[in-house]
Design a protein around this ligand. Sequence first.
Ligand SMILES: Cc1cc2nc3c(=O)[nH]c(=O)nc-3n(C[C@H](O)[C@H](O)[C@H](O)COP(=O)(O)O)c2cc1C
Ligand SMILES: [Fe+2]
Ligand SMILES: [Fe+2]
Length: 404
Amino acid sequence: MQPVLLKPGIHWVGAVDFNLRNFHHYSRSPEGSTYNAYLIQDDKTVLVDTVSHHYFDELVTHISALVEPQKIDYIICNHLEQDHAGVLPRIVELCKPEKIFCSTMGLKSISRQFNTEGWPVVAVKDGERLNIGKRNITFLETRMLHWPDSMVSYVEEDRVLFSNDAFGQNVATSRRFVDEYERPLLLRAMKDYYNNIVLPYSPMVLKTLDRVVQLGIPIDIIAPDHGLIFRTPDDIKFVLDSYRAFAEQKPKLRAVVAYESMWGATESMAFAVGDGLDDEGVPYVLIDMQHNHVSAVMNELADSGALILGSATRNNMPMVNIAALMAHVKGLKPQNLVGASFGAHGWSGEAPRMMAEELASMKVDVVGEPVRAHFGAKAEELAACRELGATVARALKEKVKAFA
Ligand SMILES: Cc1cc2nc3c(=O)[nH]c(=O)nc-3n(C[C@H](O)[C@H](O)[C@H](O)COP(=O)(O)O)c2cc1C
Ligand SMILES: [Fe+2]
Ligand SMILES: [Fe+2]
């Protein structure tokens, strides 16, 4: 791969990881990902972010194709997570930069993460402007989007926004721009990334989007640190509008039924819940948690408004993949969902009630009573599941209407 030109004097110099499937060890990346770093060549030579530790050679090769790495004067660290700063110690040693810029929150944590002895670290304030010759770079803090230290960097003269993790997607291709990729696949990757990583910080996303509008900063290019770069007015509008919609989390008329079963009774209940959703004309997806990663559920929730959980009771609890799912979902703080629960049991049968309580603790509107089946699910219990599906569907329709 070669450096890729964004604007005269501004290049992508990052790395593409085609085979990454486990993004950051907590989410899935079926299409791989990239670690984008950028080089600005002006009176000062500036490196914007770096790459994950596996990709040091790749980064140095890309920089070297444009300039000797030792010529780098400034390094901007928009965010100090390992995927963007993993090679920082080696890059600092190689380039001996005059200055390393990070946010004021970044300054507090950089020495906790690296041995920064002798590093020329400079904290930049929100709105601070840095002249690098013909260009000026403005730093905007995006605290908790998605770490306390996160910021974005904007090159005024070129109208390029280096947005770090914001607007990222897990997409690895030999192309670097969104207009060289298929929009539906891109949208899916954007939702996947947003819902599994950015979702809890949705209030910050809305605040940041409003601020960008207020500041009225013209943007020709949005260059995130993962995936493809947005460079046409249509693509830029698309990503900004999409982020607003993701952050608003209006409920959609579709349900996710996630379940786990040992011997099939809970699974048959899940099918019956699906029939009830069908009765009310609400589309749904059934996700067996023994065959799917927790992030698959969050992907589906991006297009849904209901989360229905099913689990057999095992040792007085829901089964472990459902427990893991509840932990994953809870941390991501999804909003505006309707929910319900069901499951088979042999004696004590705690799981359905425990799942309902857990959903309620996530501020999900739990409707209907948890449905239980004793060992095998018989006609009466399956009918109750069907009715539960229909109850969720009706509640969801009301909720969707309220948000219209
Ligand atoms: C290892 C194991 C532990 C179980 N623990 C409980 C339990 O604590 N309470 C209970 O009501 N049933 C318990 N059961 C019974 C199951 O919940 C029951 O067989 C149920 O019908 C399984 O549903 P499934 O067909 O969806 O797997 C246990 C079953 C197994 C195999
Ligand atoms: Fe990050
Ligand atoms: Fe990242």
